[in-house]
Design a protein around this ligand. Structure first.
Ligand code: GCU
Length: 356
């Protein structure tokens, strides 16, 4: 059934170059570069790496969560390649524990810690360090290009140059720069996570930056984990009506013309191969379309297999509610309930990360 459903979508071939050549394990890096170029037609390209980056502790709470952890606020200042400096805050909850800590970087909607999408104490009890930042501290979630990082990169050209998702993804990479300098970080175990529009952002950041060992996208839907071809719920024309400034202007050409896209969202997912990727859907989230998210995970799997690991391991039928797909390097679950980043989602993702 999954195979048939995928055939009906008529997806562009993941393992063929645009010129028709076959993709092999040996030339995968070349294909990765081609895919990055293709999807830059959707999100734009990210700002350049900063020339340098510095960190300043702004505040510290030594007895956070009954003394189990430290909570710090750190200001990250990047010296930008095109001139200028850009600063934004990161909030870190570091459990007081011996040894190296597995780490999550959460791109969040708010800067509160804990937050309804950030169960700090529970994650601390599971042994994770969690670093979060609020996306609007990077640039506002609207078409104003004169605030935050946008004023250096979008300016008068607006989103004809690049969209906001790319800016938020760049910021997640800067948090990674910071986290890699901390002595307690387990450098082999750093995941980037986000929900909804920030799940789209996590997929882009984690797909592009191979220093992330895992990527977690929760209910990211349209122009995130879900396939665009034959998608239900939100479609490209809807997202471009509500949020044109998330994307590069060239994406407009595919509104109501999904079949002409030279890629589909499984290309974005495949950029994480062979690292761990987790896609979570919610049963009542028809706008995001769980079936299209699940099928994209299946469609990205051949890239994993090419690189010698399993992608999504599933039988031939669509997932049942609360069934966990944790065996391959692409994990998936369909939580019951609505659009939300819940404890259930965090626990399932942590369980997936734990497995060898
Ligand atoms: C809107 C948008 C979605 C997005 C969501 C969110 O519903 O249409 O694409 O994922 O907001 O970020 O909450």
């Amino acid at each position: 059934m999954i195979k048939e459903l995928l055939i009906e979508r008529s997806l562009p071939e993941l393992l063929s170059f645009c010129d028709g050549r076959k993709v092999t394990k040996e030339n995968w890096d070349e294909r990765r570069t081609e895919i990055i170029d293709l999807i830059s037609g959707e999100y734009g390209s990210l700002p350049e790496k900063p020339l340098s980056i510095s960190f300043r502790t702004a505040s510290e709470e030594k007895q956070f969560c009954a003394g189990k952890a430290r909570l710090t606020k750190t200001m990250l200042t990047s010296t930008l390649a095109g001139g200028g400096e850009f600063t934004f805050p990161v909030y870190s909850v570091i459990p007081k524990k011996q040894g190296k800590l597995k780490t999550f970087i959460l791109i969040n909607f708010r800067d509160s810690v804990p937050d309804r999408y950030l169960p700090s104490e529970e994650l601390c009890d599971l042994g994770y360090a969690v670093h979060s930042f609020c996306y609007t501290d990077v640039s506002s979630d609207d078409a104003d290009y004169n605030n935050g990082l946008a004023k250096f990169y979008c300016g008068e050209e607006g989103n004809s140059k690049r969209g906001k998702i790319a800016l938020w993804a760049w910021a997640a990479m800067r948090v990674l720069d910071f986290v890699l300098t901390l002595p307690e970080t387990d450098k082999e175990n750093i995941a980037v996570a986000g929900h909804s529009r920030l799940g789209k952002t996590a997929l882009l950041a984690g797909g592009l930056d191979t220093r992330f060992s895992a990527v977690y996208s929760n209910n990211s839907g349209c122009s995130g984990a879900a396939l665009s071809r034959e998608k239900n719920g939100e479609r490209i024309e809807d997202i471009l009506t509500g949020f044109p400034y998330w994307f590069k202007q060239s994406y407009d050409a595919f509104s109501e013309k999904e079949h002409t896209l030279p890629f589909d969202q499984h290309f974005l997912l495949a950029l994480t191969a062979p690292r761990k990727l987790y896609i979570a859907s919610a049963a009542l989230d028809g706008w995001a379309d769980p079936v299209s998210e699940f099928l994209a995970a299946a469609a990205a799997s051949p890239a994993y297999e090419l690189l010698g690991v399993k992608g999504l391991i599933t039988n031939a039928v669509l997932p049942k509610e609360n069934e966990l797909f944790h065996k391959g390097n692409i994990g998936y679950h369909l939580r019951s309930g609505t659009h939300y980043l819940s404890r259930y989602d965090w626990n399932a993702f942590a369980k997936f990360i734990e497995k060898a």
